[in-house]
Ligand binder design. Sequence first.
Ligand code: NAD
Length: 367
Amino acid sequence: MSKNFKVAVLSGDGIGPEVMAEALRVLDAVESQFEVGFERTFANVGGIAIDKEGKALPQGTIDTCKAADAILFGSVGGPKWENLPPDEQPERGALLPLRKIFGLYANLRPAIIFPALTGASSLKEAVISGGFNILVVRELTGGIYFSQPKGVEGEGRERVGIDTMRYSVSEIERICHVAFKAAQKRDGRVVSIDKANVLSTSVLWREVVETVAAEYPEIKLSHMYVDNAAMQLVRNPKQFDVILCENMFGDILSDEAAMLTGSLGMLPSASLAEGSFGMYEPSGGSAPDIAGQGLANPIAQILSASMMLRYSFAMVEAADAIDAAVESVLNQGLRTGDIYQGKADEQKVSTREMGDAIVAALGKGKA
Ligand code: NAD
């Protein structure tokens, strides 16, 4: 009997609907090749939700997400809504409440550079030849961004700014499990980032990481200080498989890793809750400069759908098939404008043509 999953589809603004259309066609192809059904419910989010329903995250959209097994999110925002008060703007008004309502405590951001696209990186070809595939697993709801006390207090030159960094064993444990489980589905290596030579939270972090690691004897664990990790990422990114970080270190290192790939339109992300629920979205924004012109790269959205299959639906084989289909069209030389370098073996294609080629490659992969 075929399995059925419920997906809340929140396309949003700008290029969101265009790239989402291609991701949904890829899901159609997965349905017909694997024994699975994706029941999709569409709901407004971001600017379009403000225009149609008066707020960035309407109650109906929250209800749709609650009834789903996962959220496939496009992107939100654009110049039209930039003058609204910050809390009512599309990004802040939709994304932060979604994280809070659904307890999305683990952020997964792959930084993948496919061998065909190494020229797009800011790093020298020799450093990245053959490409790299890093997954940053970042704790998203604890650490210095959220711990109390915080604020600015006192008078005059004695005024002080206070931030507190606090982590509990249970918070560290649950993000460790996410990282180790992710590594099981990849190359089986985890580098845990800390500053255990200075920070007490890092001493505890390292201790808990070691304890949890004992449950995953097949995973190769190592530790790295955050300053060294920042350096190693630009020196030799190929050494990393999974990078496990607390919130602030992960914020910084995941941006660094993503930018090493040089192609924002290629990068997916996942934010996971306890259990299998997650929200999946491209790392980039709504790209209003190219929206509605068929220029957007749909690969970030398609790889977000692949992550949804991998992490929420445990469909590793189908996720691998999508990733392989993407790699094969890149190897064929197909490029949307953002990754086109003008080489003789490249062919510039539209959003739709890129989607067509990935769907076709997926079909060939299965046969
Ligand atoms: P952006 O990521 O939208 O665009 C930055 C640059 O990258 C642009 O030149 C854009 O054309 C390009 N780009 C991004 N995705 C692309 C794709 N798939 N294909 C081809 N090119 C792509 O960032 P921005 O310009 O700073 O922000 C635009 C809007 O998006 C703002 O309103 C911002 O608030 C919003 N935003 C939303 C999210 C989100 O929904 N999660 C994230 C970031 C920014």
